[in-house]
Write a protein that binds this ligand. Sequence first.
Ligand code: 5CA
Length: 448
Amino acid sequence: MRLSRFYLPVLKETPSDAQIVSHQLMLRAGMVRQQGAGIYAWLPLGFRVLKKIEQIVREEQDRAGAVEMLMPTIQPADLWRESGRYDAYGKEMLRIKDRADREMLFGPTNEEMITEIFRAGVRSYKDLPKMLYHIQWKFRDEIRPRFGVMRGREFLMKDTYSFDVDEAAARRSYNKMFVAYLRTFARMGLRSIPMRADTGPIGGDLSHEFIVLADTGESAVFCDRGLIDMESPGKDVDFEGDLQPIIDQFTSLYAATEEKHDAAEFETSVATGDRLEARGIEVGHIFFFGDKYSTAMKALVAGPEGKDVPVQMGSYGVGVSRLTGALIEAYHDDAGCKWPMAVAPFHVGLISLRPGDAATDKACAAIYDGLEAAGVEVLYDETRARPGEKFARMDLIGLPYQVVIGPRGLENDEIEVKRRADGERQTMQAEKVVEHIAAVVKAELRYS
Ligand code: 5CA
């Protein structure tokens, strides 16, 4: 992508209303633009990150056996009257009327709709288990939208719903999502800690929040430090096998959000030096709520004994748009973002120090074409901006590698390659650059 064609409206000043670094950087780097309280337009750079996150979430859902679909954002109120949540949900629900005066709403979540879809098509336990998901915009009229995309009113969520014949089977579905979540966040470079959590308006009594530790996080959390170093399950994990040992390992140490925190238990079960009281960002939340919706909405299946039973359900959410902010909180410095390769908007920034100079243009074109041919995503800054401005902009948007080409270096057949993560610089011959970059990008994209 040529920068002159792209749309990258970077800001020089830090917007005064942005309190946390991820919000500041997302605005400064031209990733999003606010359109209303808690409502953001995703500009091309931010959109690319969002799509990368979404794709990792999707791949791990598919791997765990969930099946993708897409439900609408607008839902009829009557569906929510069936479950009893239409009144219970309160002011957080955005209620709308259409031209025929029918009551509608902008979906804050999809338990009711998926239950309606399920009951229309499944009759027997023999069709179970089923796990269905979609990645769709939600609207919650939050009292205090803040921190940019971290607590938005309109936000992108991945929500999965599981359907099982009995509680033991539902537990297996829950475990699949538990493991899928550990892997999903790890692939993005985030260490998430599953914590016992409150269920709020979704309901049920078994629930975990996946928390990424960060000083700017909205949740107060309490856990055993041992959880920080626990390795997430690898690529070879068998989702059809017994996942309980993995769940047991992650739940063996104390970890709870504020609402579920038990100070006495924390003190007796965790050694003083291992007690961690911190703040964190909730990037995912999983729930098992049994027959809460299936009984109310009559989603029954014929059980093994021939009798109809309400299906056992769970729901599992990932904050896809929130993750963009969480990732910046985890990966930045004073100069800007430092994207991990897996979620970077482009893998490499190519900076021409003297566009218009024949030798520089030629060398840039060769490397740009070579990298693209090797499947590397390049943002090519061939604009007329001053070098200082180009460097600052490239640091701000935080692509993992920068390739800097100018006439002076070319005289000695030297091209500079900078790694954004630690600022390490290397000079190399022009003919080596494509091969080198393609190799490091590939290596950093490999995950276990
Ligand atoms: N139906 C369930 C699971 S699918 C559900 O709605 N769960 S939730 O309320 O916990 O939301 C799932 C995830 O969405 C949260 O873990 C969080 O990462 C994200 N999320 C929730 N509210 C917001 C918000 N206002 N802004 C950004 N992300 C949010």
